[in-house]
Design a protein around this ligand. Structure first.
Ligand code: ZN
Length: 239
C-alpha cells in the first residue's frame, strides 16, 4: 500500500479524536468481575484470609443494614451492582457477575476464584460501610498495601484502580471523600489474582446517606462514578 500524506493525516486525526472523546480502545477486550458484597445468609465457616495463611475468617460476613431504611447491605450492593453491570455492558466491557440473586452461598475466597477463572482483568467489589458513629459519612476505597504477603505484586494496579474509582465516584455523587484505605486482612482481596478494589459506597449507619443510597437518582450517580473510574483506569493502562 502506498502511504500518502493524506492517509497519515487521516490516521492522526482519527487517533486525536478518539483520544479527546475519551473512547476506550480496550473496552471490548476487557472483562470486569463485579462482586456485590455479602448474601442473604452469613456463612460462619472459616477459610484462610489468603493463600497459605494460618489466620482464618468467616466465609461470608453478615454485612450491615440501613439504620433508617432497614435495607440489608446485600440488597443495596446487589441493586447497585446490577445497574453497574448494565452500564459497563453499554460501554462495551465484558462483565462477570459474582452473583445476581441474594440466595447464594459463595465465600470471599470463592468469589476471587470465580473472577480468576473467568479471565477477568479487574475485580471490583461493591460494599457499603458501617460505623458506631452515626455521623460518619462518605465514600472509601480499599486496596492491599505494598507489603501485602499475598498480593503485593498487584499493589500498584490495585491502588491505581482504587484511586480512579474513588475520585470518579466522589465527583459523580458530591459525597465526602474518605480516601483509600490500604488493608491486608480482606480475604477477597488477598485471594485475588488480578487488580482488585473494594468500594464502600457510603454509610448505612448514617441516616442521611442511608436514605440517599436508596434513591434511584443517587444509585445512578454511584454507577456512573464507578464506571467512569474504570474507564480512566483502563484508558491509562492502554496508553
Ligand atoms: Zn460489606
Amino acid at each position: 500500500m502506498k502511504i500518502t500524506l493524506s492517509s497519515v493525516l487521516l490516521l492522526l486525526v482519527t487517533v486525536f479524536f478518539a483520544g479527546t472523546c475519551g473512547i476506550s480502545f480496550a473496552a471490548d477486550n476487557f472483562t470486569i468481575a463485579v462482586d456485590p458484597g455479602h448474601q442473604l445468609r452469613r456463612n460462619n465457616e472459616l477459610e484462610p484470609i489468603g493463600p497459605g495463611a494460618s489466620l482464618k475468617k468467616a466465609k461470608v460476613a453478615p454485612g450491615t443494614r440501613g439504620v433508617v431504611t432497614n435495607v440489608p447491605e446485600y440488597q443495596l450492593t446487589l441493586d447497585v451492582s446490577l445497574k453497574l453491570r448494565d452500564e459497563l455492558l453499554a460501554r462495551g466491557y465484558n462483565v462477570l457477575m459474582i452473583r445476581e440473586t441474594n440466595d447464594v452461598n459463595i465465600s470471599n475466597r470463592e468469589r476471587a476464584a470465580m473472577a480468576t477463572e473467568a479471565g477477568a482483568d479487574i475485580f471490583v467489589r461493591i460494599h457499603a460501610d458501617a460505623s458506631e458513629n452515626s455521623y460518619d459519612i462518605g465514600i472509601l476505597a480499599i486496596s492491599p498495601t505494598g507489603n501485602n504477603p499475598y498480593v503485593s505484586h498487584l499493589y500498584a494496579k490495585s491502588r491505581a484502580l482504587s484511586d480512579e474509582i474513588l475520585s470518579a465516584t466522589v465527583s459523580a455523587t458530591g459525597a465526602h471523600e474518605r480516601g483509600v484505605l490500604e488493608a491486608d486482612n480482606m480475604s477477597g482481596i488477598n485471594w485475588s489474582t488480578i487488580p482488585v478494589t473494594i468500594i464502600e459506597m457510603g454509610f448505612m449507619t448514617n441516616p442521611e446517606e442511608d436514605r440517599l443510597m436508596q434513591t434511584e437518582e443517587y444509585q445512578r450517580k454511584l454507577v456512573i462514578g464507578i464506571a467512569d473510574g474504570i474507564d480512566s483506569y483502563v484508558n491509562k493502562r492502554s496508553e
